[in-house]
Each structure stands twice: as C-alpha cells, then as structure tokens.
Design a binder for this molecule. Structure first.
Ligand code: NAD
Ligand code: TYD
Length: 349
C-alpha cells in the first residue's frame, strides 16, 4: 500500500484515480477535507476496497503514527497543503501550520516508522514530497528556466511555506538518511481543480457571463502542465528516482496569462458557441508581489527517468473545458456559500 496525503484535492485526487486505474496496489488517502478537499472528486472509487479514506490532519502526529503502524505503507506521496497564493496573502497562518508544521509532523512520523522497518524494507521505502516551482522566485523575460540548482528565492507566503517544507525534506535525507524525493512542478490545470485558480475560475465566470478578472497587465508568464502528465511524472519519480534527489517537472508551455484566457475563450466558443467570451475580459488590480515569470527546465527528469508530457497545452485545455462542461453538478457543489464569500472578499478589493 502507499499513503497519499491530500488525495481529495485537485492533483491528489487525479493521482489516486490514475494510480488505481493502473495498479492493483491499494491507497490510504489521508485528507483533512478543507475547502479545497472534496470527496466528490473520488466518487468513482465509492465501491473500490483498494481506496481507504481517512479524514485527518497531517499535523496530528498521533493519528499519523496509528495510520502508519496499522497500514504499513511502502511509500508516502505528500500532496497535502494550502495551495493558493492569493489566500496566502489574505491569511498566511494556515500555510505555515499545514505546509511547514504539518510537513514537519509528517516527516517525524515517517522517520519513526521507517527507522523501525526491517533493513530490507528501509531501503525500498520512499517519502515523495510534492512541491512547486514557485520556491525559485520570479524570472526576468530573458533569464534561463529554473533548474534543480537554481537558488531558492520564494516571494509569497505560499511559496515561502513550500520552500520551508522542501528544506525540511532535504534535511531529513541528509541528517537521518530518510529516502526522500522532491518534485518541483509548474502550474497544473485539468479536471477537478478548485475554481479559485486561474483556469477553472475563468471557465466558471465565462459560463456565468461574469467578468474574467486578469491581474495587472496580464503579461505574467506561467509554464502550464496538464495534471495527468504531472501524475505520470510523480509515478516515474516514485519508481525510478534516486533518494535525496530533486526533480523539476514542467510542461514546456510558457504562456502569458492574457494569452491563456484568450485560448480558453476560443475553446469555449468551439464547444459552447453563440457567445463572445473574450468580451468578458476585465483587467483588475494586480496581486501584491506578483511573480512575473516562471519557467521550468525539465531536462533532468526527461534524461534520467524518461518522462515527458503527453499533452500539448491545446489538447489539455480542450480536455479540461470538456470536463467542466460535463460536470455541472460537481461545479454547483464546490461553488457553495463559502466559495462565494472568498470571491466577494478577494475580487471586491
Ligand atoms: P489543493 O488545494 O487542490 O488540495 C490540497 C488538499 O490537501 C485538499 O484536499 C485539502 O483538503 C488537503 N489538506 C489541506 N490541509 C491539510 C492538512 N493539514 N492535513 C491533511 N490534508 C490537508 O492543492 P493541489 O493544487 O492539488 O496541490 C497539491 C500539491 O501540489 C500541493 O502540495 C501544492 O503545493 C503542489 N503543487 C500544486 C501545483 C498546482 O498548480 N496546483 C503546482 C505545483 C505543485
Ligand atoms: P494561479 O492559478 O493562482 O496560480 P499561481 O499564482 O500559483 O501561479 O494564477 C496563475 C496566474 O494567473 C498568476 O499569474 C495570477 C493570475 N490570475 C489572474 O490574472 N486572475 C485571477 O483571477 C487569478 C486567480 C489568477
């Protein structure tokens, strides 16, 4: 069995669904079910005994110890986090609690469990930490893309908290020999992403006839990766990655935000015609400390582990829009009262 944390969120749920579609090996899924976690994401596994769900906090050391000793996983894949930059600006405390203290607590529980394993199992154990390219900070237009040796320079409370967790993971390998792996991935998009992030927010607003709020001048650049490709990269790192190593994961799809929104409007116009979605684009006040450009050099994972993305931005975006059009009930469920409160708080300013 493997233990997945945060498996009811966007990337975690895609990972669990893909895993159980490919392998017989069961998954223990530990998730606190914050606003971003949704068991509806895992509805397809309702009758699948290989999916064991535990609601709980990665900051609860006693719970972690009990789960590890009871289920005896051979690996931990750690997705659980507070993940939205804008929320980290409004309220950073939860980011420190989950991303820093929570990851520390998980590392401590993992270390105790791993230390007590028979030697043969210790060597095979893996702690895979899922992190972000945002820990490297912001690039200028002509700077080379982030590589695994780019110095850390996080700029938001979110990226600073993820950077802290990366450092803890590194230290647990260096000091205790825990067989860790760290992945730093670019912006993901795809089915089941909570509509607070750029692409799903724009889809929801476009369909509702609401403004499409582009921050600042819309020229900030992100490197977009389809979530299924990220999940495949994580499986490759888990299977073939070298303990203690870091792997950057990216889609080779650098785009300006405004171009992303226009591309989305074009896909929507094809799939749901009769409306000029681009006319809803509205420029709004910029995010404080907004990183200008992220770009990933994914040569290491391609060269050493043979991974590369299967989707282009165009194909991935079309799958994504189709999924949102086909899953109105999911959307209605997640755009609840607390979601509206967030939208009112953030976009009113
Ligand atoms: P998400 O916000 O959609 O999901 C996070 C999940 O973690 C939710 O199910 C939530 O309930 C759970 N969770 C939060 N706090 C918890 C706690 N204290 N204990 C247990 N569970 C808790 O996030 P996501 O977009 O799926 O991101 C997953 C991971 O990937 C994060 O670590 C994030 O930093 C990283 N990442 C995300 C992206 C991206 O573009 N979304 C890119 C690179 C890396
Ligand atoms: P987001 O999806 O929040 O990811 P991140 O901040 O982690 O990169 O945002 C992606 C880009 O889109 C980022 O440059 C901010 C911008 N953005 C907007 O222009 N408008 C929005 O309403 C949101 C949510 C994001």
């Amino acid at each position: 069995m493997i233990l997945v944390t945060g498996g009811a969120g966007f990337i975690g749920s895609n990972f669990v669904l893909d895993w159980l579609a490919q392998f017989a090996e069961p998954v223990l899924n530990l998730d606190k079910l914050t606003y971003a976690g949704n068991l509806g994401n895992l509805a397809a596994l309702k009758d699948d005994a290989r999916h064991v769900f535990a609601r709980g906090d990665i900051g609860d050391g006693a719970l972690l110890t009990r789960l590890l000793n009871e289920h005896r996983p051979r690996a931990i894949v750690h997705f659980a986090a507070e993940s939205h930059v804008d929320r980290s600006i409004h309220g950073p405390a939860a980011f420190i609690q989950t991303n820093v203290v929570g990851t520390f607590t998980l590392l401590e529980a993992a270390r105790a469990y791993w230390s007590a394993l028979p030697e043969s199992e210790q060597g095979a154990f893996r702690f895979l930490h899922v992190s972000t390219d945002e820990i490297y900070g912001s690039l200028g237009a002509d700077d080379p893309a982030f590589s695994e040796t780019t110095p850390y320079a996080p700029n938001s409370p979110y990226s600073a908290s993820k950077a802290s967790s990366d450092h803890l993971v590194r230290a647990y390998h260096h000091t205790y020999g825990l067989p860790t792996l760290t992945t730093n991935c670019s912006n993901n998009y795809g089915p089941r992403q909570f509509p607070e992030k750029l692409i799903p927010l724009m889809i929801v607003n476009a369909l509702a006839g609401k403004p499409l709020p582009v921050y600042g001048d819309g020229q900030n650049v992100r490197d977009w990766l389809y979530v299924g490709d990220h999940c495949a990269a994580i499986r490759a790192v888990l299977e073939r990655g070298v303990p203690g190593e870091v792997y950057n994961i990216g889609g080779n799809a650098e785009m300006k935000n405004l171009d992303v929104v226009h591309a989305l409007c074009r896909v929507l116009s094809t799939l749901k015609p009769g409306h000029d979605y681009a006319s809803q684009i509205t420029f709004v006040k910029d995010r404080p400390g907004h990183d200008r450009r992220y770009a990933i050099n994914a040569a290491k994972i391609r060269r050493e582990l043979g991974w590369q993305p299967a989707e282009t931005f165009e194909s991935g975006l079309t799958h994504t829009v189709c999924w949102y059009l086909d899953n109105e009930v999911w959307l209605t469920n997640v755009t609840s009262k607390t979601y509206q409160q967030w939208i009112d708080l953030h976009y009113a300013q």
